[in-house]
Structure formats: C-alpha cells, structure tokens
Write a protein that binds this ligand. Structure first.
Ligand code: 2AM
Length: 217
C-alpha cells in the first residue's frame, strides 16, 4: 500500500546549508553571466539556440530546482534498484544526519543543465552507492565520478540529466580529448568540449558544509 511505498525516501544526499546555498547560487550566476559575454561562447551560440545569430540569456535559460544538494542514492520511494540495500548499508545508517564538507571542484554548462562537480573524499565514498556510473553506461570512470550538484535545468529537462552531462564530459577527458582551452577566468580555467559543453575547473575548490540526509518530497 501507499504507506509501505513511503517508507523509503525519494533520494538520499548531502544537503547544503541554506547560507551557503545562496553563495553557491551567486557564484554560478556570475559564471553564467560572464560566459554569456565571451566571444568564444557567442561563436558556439547555436549549440543553445539552434540558430546562429539568436541571443541567449543564460540566467533565464536555466531554471533552479529546489534545495541545492548532491544526490547519493535515488531511491524513488523504494522502487529504484538497490534502494533497500542502500538503506541497510552500515555507513548510511551511522552517518545519517551527520555534517560533511563538500568540495566543489568544477562548474559545467551544457544546453541541458548547469551543475557543479563534487570531488568526494574516501569517507564520503562510503555513502556512494555501488554503481551509479555503470547505470549511466560509464563503466571505466572511477567511483564517485557522477557526484554533482544540479544548479539549473533548461526547460523540459529533468535534473537526472546533470549527472549524465558530467559523465559525458569526464568520458571525453578520459578518452584523451583535451577540449579547447578558452581562457583563464578569475575562478579558474574554461574549456570547451564541443556540442555546447563547457567546463570551468576551479582554481580553488569551493568548500561547503552539507548534511547527509534524505528527501521525501
Ligand atoms: P540530480 O541529483 O541530478 O539533481 C530528485 O529528482 C533528485 O534525484 C534530483 O536531485 C535528481 O537529480 C535525482 N535523480 C532523479 N532521478 C534519478 C536517477 N534515475 N538516478 C540518479 N539520480 C536521480
């Protein structure tokens, strides 16, 4: 019945404290604003608009999606494969409700999503489920590669896309594609990977406190 279905959450993850959420949102907005003005971005504008000369306001293009968090396990109220096993994991039980410090190492933008890459520590990897990278078809990337915070999605795009976009960029890197170095920005170095995929590797990772918990919705 519906009660049993409610017994597992929609997802587990690290939830950013509200004070730092604003800071991360501002950083991401500033990045989008700057990206929008770059000649290199304008050159590839058709990736976003489908037309060469049309303009795009990236801040309007992406819509925010609720509380900023880094999903560990998407449980879908127990319907997702491995959901029950995940909740039985010792680390998940012991660390539930604990505070962590997340390290955001890069920002990325595609025509579908904007997100932040999260670089997990060994302890944080204890809370990472068995195979979210493999589920997405990326079998050779290290565990935790998919870890990210969704900062915004284009119209009609679901947040699950953000992790897939990140894995796509990391797969290109792993295959030896250097990408096209664009410029050194205040926050770090900007690289273009084709098809509207932009990666800003942060010079200084953004460290942010976050609580490991779950969301029922
Ligand atoms: P996100 O982690 O990229 O933001 C509720 O939908 C949350 O669960 C969102 O944070 C979303 O994406 C994540 N999510 C939705 N479906 C998912 C899936 N199939 N696999 C992993 N995460 C998913």
């Amino acid at each position: 019945g519906p009660l049993e279905e409610m017994s597992l959450p929609l997802f587990f993850g690290w939830f950013l404290l509200s004070s730092v959420q604003d800071k991360v949102r501002c950083t991401s907005m500033d990045f989008l604003k700057t990206l929008d003005t770059l000649e290199a971005f304008k050159k590839h504008l058709s990736d976003f608009t489908g037309k060469a000369e049309k303009e795009v306001d990236l801040e309007q293009y992406f819509q925010a999606k609720g509380t900023l968090h880094c999903t560990t396990k998407f449980c879908d109220y127990g319907k997702a494969p491995g959901a029950k096993q995940y909740t039985q994991n010792t680390a998940v039980k012991e660390l539930y409700g604990s505070a962590f410090e997340l390290s955001l190492s890069a920002l990325f933008v595609t025509p579908r999503t904007v997100g932040a890459r999260v670089s997990l520590t060994e302890e944080q990897l204890l809370l990472w489920p068995a195979d979210p990278e493999e589920e997405a078809g990326s079998t050779s990337l290290p565990r935790g590669s998919r870890a990210h915070i969704t900062l915004g999605c284009a119209e009609h795009v679901e947040p699950v896309q953000t992790g897939l976009d990140l894995l796509e960029i990391l797969t290109l890197q792993q295959e030896g594609q250097q990408g096209e170095p664009i410029e050194e920005m205040e926050l770090g170095s900007l690289t273009y990977y084709g098809e509207g995929r932009w990666l800003l590797t942060l010079r200084e990772p953004i460290c942010t406190p976050a609580c490991f918990s779950s969301f029922y919705g």
